[in-house]
Design a protein around this ligand. Structure first.
Ligand code: PMV
Length: 297
C-alpha cells in the first residue's frame, strides 16, 4: 500500500460487431488508459470521478459494488485517473475495469493477481456497463499488445513491425448498447444478408492477423479499408466518420476505418508509416487526435 495499476484502452483494427456474433476481431492495447490507485481504508470505497453523466455514475457504482463483493471486500479506498475520452470506442470502461480489478485483487490477496483472474473480474464489471459485451475490450486491456479475440478466447498476435496509428476523435456518439441493439434488429429481420457480411468481416480479421505477423502494413491497410466498407454496409458509418476516413486517406493513410461501435461518431483509425507527421497535419485542420503504436509491450 498504496497500490497502483494501469489498464490500457484499446482500438479494434478489424472485426467489431462481428465479434458479438462469435466472429474474430483483431484488437490492440493503446498507450492511453486508466490508472487505479488504492490506499488502506476502513471499508472499500470509490472516489467517483468528475464529469460523468448520471447513467455513467450509476453503472460505475454498480460495477464497483460487484467487483468489491467478488474480491471479498478489501479494505481500500480507490481513486481512478483516466486519460481516455469516454464513449469514443477506445475501451474506457474495459480499461477502468481492468485497472480496478488489479488493485482490488492485489489488495485482497497481498500479491499481484494472475491475468485470468483480472479478466474474470473485469468481465463482471463490464457487464454492468454494457449488458452483454463480447469481452474484446477488457481482454485486450488485460493482455496488452495485439490480440485476435473470438468467443472469449484471445491469441496474442506478434507484429513483425511497429504499427503506427493515428486515432482521430470524430465526436460524441450513441452508446454501444444502442448501436449493437439496432444492428441486432436489422440482423434478425434480414438474417441471410447480414450473415454474409459478418462472414466476410470474419475472413478479414484472420487475413489481418496474418498480415500483422508478416509485417505487411500495405495489406493490413487495404484490409482495414475493405472492413470500413462492410461496416458502412451494415449501417454503422455516418457522414462525420466517412469525412474523417477520407481525410486520413488524403494524408496518405495505408488504411482508415472507424473503430468500436461506430454509428454517428466516435473514433477513426488511420494506419501510417509515419503517424506523427500526419497527426500534426490533422491537428492543423482542427481535428483532435493522438498517435499510438500497436504491438508494443
Ligand atoms: O464500446 P466500443 O465502441 O468499444 O465497441 C466494442 C465493440 C463492439 O463489437 C461493437 C461491441 C462488443 O461488445 O464487442
Amino acid at each position: 500500500m498504496p497500490l497502483s495499476a494501469f489498464g490500457p484502452g484499446k482500438v479494434i483494427l478489424l472485426g467489431e460487431h462481428g465479434v458479438v456474433y462469435g466472429h474474430p476481431a483483431l484488437a490492440g492495447a493503446i498507450s492511453l488508459g486508466v490508472t487505479a490507485r488504492a490506499v488502506q481504508s476502513d471499508a472499500p470505497s470509490l472516489d467517483m470521478p468528475e464529469g460523468l453523466t448520471a447513467p455513467q455514475l450509476d453503472a460505475l457504482e454498480r460495477a464497483f459494488a460487484v467487483a468489491v463483493r467478488r474480491a471479498k471486500y478489501p479494505k481500500v479506498a480507490v481513486e481512478l485517473l483516466s486519460e481516455l475520452p469516454l464513449s469514443m470506442g477506445l475501451g474506457s470502461s474495459g480499461a477502468l475495469s481492468v485497472a480496478t480489478a488489479r488493485v482490488l485483487l492485489h489488495a485482497a490477496r497481498g500479491a499481484a493477481p494472475a491475468v485470468r483472474d483480472v479478466e474474470a473480474l473485469a468481465l463482471e464489471m463490464e457487464k454492468e456497463f454494457h449488458g452483454t459485451p463480447s469481452g474484446v475490450d477488457h481482454t485486450t486491456s488485460a493482455r496488452g499488445g495485439l490480440v485476435l479475440f473470438q468467443k472469449g478466447r484471445a491469441v496474442a498476435v506478434k507484429s513483425a513491425r511497429p504499427i503506427g496509428m493515428v486515432v482521430a476523435l470524430v465526436g460524441p456518439r450513441a452508446s454501444t448498447k444502442l448501436t449493437v441493439g439496432a444492428l441486432r434488429d436489422r440482423t434478425k429481420r434480414w438474417p441471410k444478408r447480414y450473415r454474409r457480411l459478418f462472414e466476410h468481416i470474419a475472413v478479414l480479421g484472420r487475413e489481418g492477423a496474418a498480415a500483422v505477423r508478416k509485417g505487411g502494413l500495405g495489406a493490413l491497410g487495404d484490409i482495414m479499408n475493405v472492413n470500413q466498407g462492410l461496416l458502412a454496409s451494415l449501417g454503422l458509418s455516418s457522414p462525420p466518420i466517412e469525412d474523417m476516413v477520407y481525410r486520413l486517406r488524403g494524408l496518405g493513410a495505408l488504411g482508415a476505418k472507424l473503430t468500436g461501435a461506430g454509428g454517428d461518431g466516435g473514433a477513426v483509425l488511420g494506419l501510417f508509416e509515419e503517424p506523427s507527421r500526419s497527426a500534426v497535419a490533422l491537428r492543423r485542420q482542427g481535428v483532435e487526435c493522438f498517435v499510438t503504436e500497436l504491438g508494443a509491450d
